[in-house]
Design a binder for this molecule. Structure first.
Ligand code: FES
Length: 107
């Protein structure tokens, strides 16, 4: 299990736990912890409604072209730390990750 610190759109801080042995991504971990997130495409890097801003200094996998294109299309690519949560695998390397949920995740 790892811990991820999530600030929601109302500015409330949440500490969620996620298993590293289930092939989950951060979007799914947020869903599993019942925080509201649209994530319309279900994790295919096709909607940007799982966008977030990474606040901590963790080393994350490089962005794929699809992720970069989607963040660009959603006009959030230029925001520092902007990523799609569904493209970040839950693993030991992101233990303690701090993220702010992005504007597009809400209604
Ligand atoms: S859930 Fe659609 S891009 Fe992540």
């Amino acid at each position: 299990m790892i811990t991820i610190y999530v600030t929601d759109l109302n500015g409330n801080a949440h500490e969620i736990q996620a298993p590293t042995d289930m092939g989950m991504n951060v979007m799914e971990a947020i869903r599993a912890n019942e925080l509201p997130i649209k994530a319309t495409c279900g994790g295919m890097a096709m909607c940007a409604t799982c966008n977030c801003i990474v606040k901590s200094e963790h080393e994350l996998p490089d962005m794929s072209e699809d992720e970069e294109a989607m963040l660009d299309e959603a006009f959030v690519l230029e925001i520092e730390g902007s990523r799609l949560m569904c493209q970040i695998p839950v693993s030991d390397t992101i233990d303690g990750l701090e993220i702010q949920m992005g504007e597009l995740t809400g209604e």
